[in-house]
Design a protein around this ligand. Structure first.
Ligand SMILES: [Ca+2]
Ligand SMILES: [Ca+2]
Ligand SMILES: [Ca+2]
Length: 172
């Protein structure tokens, strides 16, 4: 193999570095499941809050914005995937396991060891289940899930135009 590509000027070098960085990003993007049929969905960030985490987690077609239909589809897909015993309800264990699966993937992608933040995210997932399970029967129903989805989407769509995109980012 001959390497004729030899960056000489700083700008050429930057171009080469940018190309490599771009490729890495592309490879990472390809590694993420992009087809809804793949089971674990397009969702990447398990943790994290805010506008970009929301878009990163739900923008299935990667056009930089999340429509309500897109959002509902991802939520529904997650709910179904999380309901591992297929009884139509999520137990606390099922709910947390689904979250942990995504969090684990996120850490693996970043080659990060499981740290205190990992442990506290799992703890938060348990707490969240307790809050989401409104009638405290230990099961999260589709109705409860839809109510959460409705609230969460409206909370993220700060300008109320029905899509969540960069325009909804909260001002610092
Ligand atoms: Ca989209
Ligand atoms: Ca279940
Ligand atoms: Ca909006």
């Amino acid at each position: 193999m001959t390497h004729s590509l030899r960056p000489t000027t700083p700008s050429q070098r930057w171009t080469a570095i940018a190309a490599i960085a771009g490729l890495t990003t592309l490879l990472a993007a390809c590694a993420a499941p992009s087809a809804p049929a793949s089971g674990d969905g397009p969702a990447r960030p398990a943790g994290g809050h805010g506008n970009s985490a929301f878009i990163g987690g739900y923008d299935a077609n990667q056009d930089g914005q999340v429509t309500r239909a897109e959002y509902d589809a991802v939520r529904k897909q997650r709910f179904t995937a999380a309901d591992t015993n297929g009884d139509g309800w999520l137990s606390e264990a099922e709910y947390v396991a689904e979250f942990e699966g995504r969090l684990k993937q996120q850490y693996a992608d970043q080659k990060k060891p499981h740290d205190d933040a990992y442990a506290s995210s799992i703890k938060q997932a348990h707490v969240r289940f307790g809050i989401l399970d409104k009638n405290k029967d230990g099961r999260l129903s589709v109705d409860e899930e839809l109510a959460i989805a409705e609230r969460t989407f409206k909370g993220a769509d700060t300008n109320g135009d029905g899509v969540v995109n960069a325009a909804d980012a909260k001002k610092p």
